[in-house]
Unconditional design. Structure first.
Length: 286
């Protein structure tokens, strides 16, 4: 699988990342099988969080045989240093490791949360201590709100930002371009969320995919279109949704990836006009 440079660092990540929800609610045997599938496909980027159910408990043992060969990213929703430390130690234990490659502020949404993490006793102060001690290598954050993301990028030299880079949100929602440009100017890597997302579930729509709060791609063709759009931007990698079908579709699409042509870009932009994006400048929360 193609690997791209992680920001300005001497690290290369597979263009498809293994989202931890892939092992949420699975057995230990199935979790190990899915991690082996990922390794066999050339995936070296794994992303997980304490809020993903029992994903850490399942991913830790499954990933243990390959730990030295992978880039492990984790997150915390805690906004204060004390809470972040407690959750970090718990994640290390569950993941059966003594270090995290990338530790991220998780799901920053509001100006208040930005203030909290940047405060003297905020989570970011703890992240700095972890990096100085060698317990993490890189510091990042994830967000769905572009204004919050831009403010964080202005406030600290983050190594990366995990953010929705999705064809419908980009064209119909106006979400993505400002963040991607800002990250490039600051030398921060862009890791993509929701590349395979389509739209929100309808109020009475049957939810055929139970691990996504949004409606994801239903076919390989839809998945490939979404991934090609995302990887045609200055994005290092796209984290897969939580279903094994989507992960394998993404791997298949990555194996034959070519950047979108100008005509294909125009087709996607036109298609987005008739789509309700999962994020927009006015609707950024789940």
């Amino acid at each position: 699988m193609e690997k791209r440079q992680y920001g300005e660092h001497d690290v290369r990540l597979s263009v498809v990342g293994f989202g931890g929800i892939l092992v949420t609610g699975e057995t230990a045997e199935e979790s190990a099988r899915r991690v082996k599938i990922a390794m066999d496909r050339g995936v070296n980027y794994f992303d997980v969080a304490p809020s993903y159910g029992n994903a850490e408990e399942m991913l830790g043992p499954a990933l243990e045989p390959y730990r030295k060969d992978v880039f492990l990213a984790c997150k915390t929703n805690k906004r204060d240093a004390a809470g972040a430390e407690e959750e970090f130690r718990d994640s290390l234990r569950k993941l059966r490791t003594d270090r995290i490659d990338l530790y991220q502020l998780h799901g920053i949404q509001t100006e208040e949360e930005v203030d909290q993490v940047l405060a003297a006793d905020g989570a970011l102060s703890f992240y700095r201590k972890l990096r100085d001690a060698g317990e993490i290598r890189f510091i990042g954050f994830s967000a769905h709100n572009e204004d919050a993301a831009l403010r964080l990028l202005d406030a600290f030299e983050f190594d990366s930002v995990l953010f929705p880079v999705n064809w419908a949100a980009w064209h119909a929602g106006g979400i993505g371009p400002r963040m991607v440009d800002a990250a490039a100017k600051r030398g921060a890597a862009v890791l993509a969320l929701k590349a395979l997302a389509m739209t929100r579930w309808g109020e009475n729509e049957e939810r055929t995919w139970d691990k996504t709060w949004y409606r994801p791609a239903d076919t390989f063709e839809e998945a490939e279109r979404g991934l090609r759009f995302t990887l045609s931007r200055p994005v290092v990698a796209a984290v897969s949704p939580g279903h094994i079908e989507h992960f394998e579709w993404a791997c298949d699409a990555a194996d034959r990836f070519t950047p979108l042509s100008e005509a294909e870009e125009q087709e996607i932009a036109e298609l987005a006009k008739s789509t309700e994006p999962i994020f927009s400048r006015t609707v950024s929360a789940i």
